[in-house]
Design a protein around this ligand. Structure first.
Ligand SMILES: [Zn+2]
Length: 260
C-alpha cells in the first residue's frame, strides 16, 4: 500500500503537458478535414505510411522528458496581470511555443533540412498549435501555468492545469462523440478564426485565462484546494470546445499556406 501511496503522491506533483492525447487528437482530426488536397498530400509524404496527423499529435509530449531542451517549447508565460503579450519579456530566449511555431513552420519549406528532421518539425508544429490554445499554456500566475494550484475536481485532488488539459474535456464525452460537432463548427467559423497572427491567437488564449480560468475560480482560504464544481464546469466547457475548434481551423490554415 505504501508503494502505491508514494506513486500517487509523485504523480500528483508532476506537471502536466497541455491538452491530453484526446484534445491533441481532436485538433489534428479537425485540421485534417480542412486541408487542401495539396497540403494533405504533402503532410502524407512527410509523415510517411501508416501515420496520420492524429496518430502523431502527442508525440512531442512523449519525447518531452528525454529531450529536456524541448520542455519550454510547449508554452509561453504571459503574466496573468498583463494585458498583452510582449515577446521580449515573455519569450526572451526564443524557445517558447510562439517562437517555435514560427521556426517549425519555416523549416517545412527549407530545402536544406533532411526528411527525418522535417518529419519531426511537422510533428512539433501540429502539437504546438494545439498546445497554445490551452489557455494555461499562454498564461502564468507565478504558479507554473496552474500546475501549483491545488483543486478538488469532482471528488479528486488534482491541479488546475491538469483540469484544463484533460479533466474537463474527459467529462464531455468520448473523442468520437465530440469530433463530429466540433469539426462542423470549426469548419463553419474557420474563415473568421483564421484572421490575425499567431501572437494574436496567443493573446486570445491569455484573455480567456484571465476571464474564465482564473476569473471564475472560487475564492478559498490560502492553502485550501479550490473546488472546481458544476457551475465552473458549465462556463468552462464552451470555452474548451471553442479553443479546440479554433486550434483545428488554425492548424489547417497554417498547413494550407505553408505546404502548397
Ligand atoms: Zn505539449
Amino acid at each position: 500500500m505504501r508503494k502505491f501511496a508514494v506513486i500517487a503522491v509523485i504523480a500528483g506533483c508532476l506537471p502536466t503537458f497541455a491538452w491530453g492525447p484526446e484534445g491533441h487528437s481532436l485538433v489534428a482530426r479537425i485540421a485534417d478535414a480542412q486541408l487542401t488536397p495539396a497540403a494533405r498530400a504533402r503532410v502524407a509524404a512527410i509523415l510517411g505510411p501508416d501515420t496520420t496527423m492524429a496518430s502523431i499529435s502527442s508525440w512531442a509530449d512523449e519525447v518531452r522528458r528525454s529531450r529536456a531542451n524541448t520542455a519550454p517549447w510547449h508554452y509561453i508565460d504571459i503574466p496573468i496581470d498583463k494585458p498583452h503579450l510582449d515577446m521580449a519579456r515573455d519569450c526572451p530566449k526564443g524557445d517558447c511555443v510562439i517562437a517555435k511555431i514560427e521556426d517549425f513552420r519555416k523549416a517545412l519549406n527549407d530545402a536544406a533540412i533532411a526528411p527525418a528532421e522535417r518529419r519531426e518539425d511537422l510533428m512539433f508544429l501540429i502539437h504546438f498549435i494545439g498546445d497554445m490554445h490551452q489557455p494555461l499554456h499562454c498564461s502564468d500566475n507565478k504558479d507554473k501555468g496552474g500546475n501549483d494550484v491545488h483543486v478538488e475536481f469532482f471528488g479528486r485532488r488534482t491541479n488546475l492545469h491538469s483540469v484544463w488539459d484533460s479533466g474537463l474535456l474527459g467529462r464531455m464525452g468520448t473523442e468520437d462523440q465530440l469530433f463530429g460537432p466540433l469539426s462542423t463548427e470549426s469548419a463553419r467559423r474557420a474563415r473568421k478564426w483564421s484572421k490575425g497572427t499567431v501572437e494574436d491567437w496567443a493573446e486570445q488564449a491569455h484573455k480567456a485565462a484571465q476571464k474564465m480560468v482564473y476569473g471564475r475560480l472560487p475564492k478559498v482560504a490560502a492553502g485550501a484546494p479550490v473546488p472546481i464544481d458544476a457551475a465552473y464546469e458549465k462556463r468552462a466547457d464552451p470555452l474548451i470546445r471553442q479553443q479546440i475548434e479554433k486550434a483545428g481551423a488554425r492548424l489547417a490554415v497554417v498547413l494550407n499556406a505553408t505546404l502548397r
